[in-house]
Ligand binder design. Structure first.
Ligand code: ADP
Ligand code: MG
Length: 323
């Protein structure tokens, strides 16, 4: 029996903007089990980072309204105070971002910064340092001891991302949220970082929420997938459900656009039309204006989830299989 670790239940995030509210995330529900790699995939601007940041209340401007439940080990952490959340951040839920330089302090060695986190658990300086070197070896950092003494600017992008992963690993979180962790890296380094993330899962049973706009990457590492469009999850299922039997017209178009052999190149391709203005939060399917199968009902009625199997569902008024 798989154990549920994180469950989002009708998560909605609205940003306050000049002309009202922008509905960046609408009624998003999915759960991530212990030890599973769960991909959240969708085009830029579809709300992926907003979901990640709302889980740990890391949204920058404090100009947002978060509704719905964010259950972590059964507790609604959306109700947590800042102090309670501090106990979870880093310790239970770790996060890595696209650009590690934003998270590293330029004036301290990377090893010192990793050690700082370890010493929070009352570990001595000396022990913390040997743990850092061990962690650098775990994340396959070349020349671990030397690199621990390097400053962020002395490391390559891939090495900095290894530092961030080591920093997260130091606290053995139950969930690692990785927001486009390899987008800034070249393909070879990307593969190495993904292998490290996979081995974390295998070794420590860490669950991973992998956020990406790259479908090819999803095919390689994910167990289950949520496909997002304009702030909503349009389809979710196992990686086999999504790739072998896509049901939502949007997912189908994406799959068609995916080059068959070079999955690595599987960045999402553009589809005719544009995403609706999210400040006009009217009912109806947000994909309606781009959908080849749009019907009248799609314009003004929210589609319901259609279950294909226990693991697979999509949100569409089309109930029967379409090509
Ligand atoms: N701080 C903010 N204030 C207002 N709108 C925002 C803010 N951050 C993101 N958005 C908007 O919310 C939507 C989702 O953005 P984001 O979560 O960053 O998407 P993704 O990570 O999928 O690229 C976009 O339309 C974006 O412009
Ligand atoms: Mg993002």
């Amino acid at each position: 029996m798989s154990e549920e670790l994180l469950k989002l239940d009708k998560l909605c995030v609205d940003y306050k903007v000049k002309d009202g509210y922008l509905s960046a995330v609408k009624n998003v529900s999915f759960s991530i089990n212990k030890g599973e790699i769960f991909a959240v995939v969708g085009e830029s601007g579809c709300g992926k980072s907003t979901i990640a940041h709302s889980i740990l209340h890391l949204l920058p401007e404090h100009n947002e309204v978060i509704k719905g439940k964010i259950l972590f080990n059964g507790e609604d952490i959306n109700e947590y105070t800042e102090k309670q959340l501090e106990g979870i951040r880093g310790r239970e839920i770790g996060m890595i971002f696209q650009n590690p330089l934003d998270s590293l302090n330029p004036v301290y060695t990377t090893g010192f910064q990793v050690a700082e986190g370890i010493m929070l658990d009352n570990v001595s300086r000396l022990d913390a340092w040997s743990r850092v070197v061990q962690l650098y070896n775990d994340v396959k950092m070349p020349d671990a001891e030397k690199r621990a003494k390097s400053f962020p600017h002395e490391l390559s992008g891939g090495m900095r991302q290894r530092v961030m992963i080591a920093m997260m690993l130091a606290r053995t979180p139950q969930l690692l949220i990785a927001d486009e962790p390899t987008t800034a890296l070249d393909v070879t380094i990307e593969a190495q970082i993904l292998n490290i993330i996979k081995s974390l899962r295998d070794e420590f049973n860490t669950a991973v929420m992998l956020i990406t706009h790259n479908f090819g990457l999803v095919a390689e590492v994910a167990d289950r997938v949520a496909v997002m469009y304009a702030g909503e999850v349009v389809e979710q299922g196992t990686v086999y459900d999504i790739f072998d039997n896509p049901r939502h017209p949007y997912t189908k178009l994406l799959m068609k656009a995916l080059p068959r052999k070079t999955k690595k190149e599987g960045r999402l391709q553009t589809i005719d039309g544009s995403v609706p203005r999210l400040t006009e939060n009217r009912p109806g399917c947000r994909f309606e204006n781009r959908c080849p199968h749009a019907m009248d009902v799609c314009k003004n009625v929210d589609p319901e989830h259609v279950a294909v199997t226990e693991s697979h569902s999509y949100r569409c008024h089309l109930k029967k299989e379409v090509e």
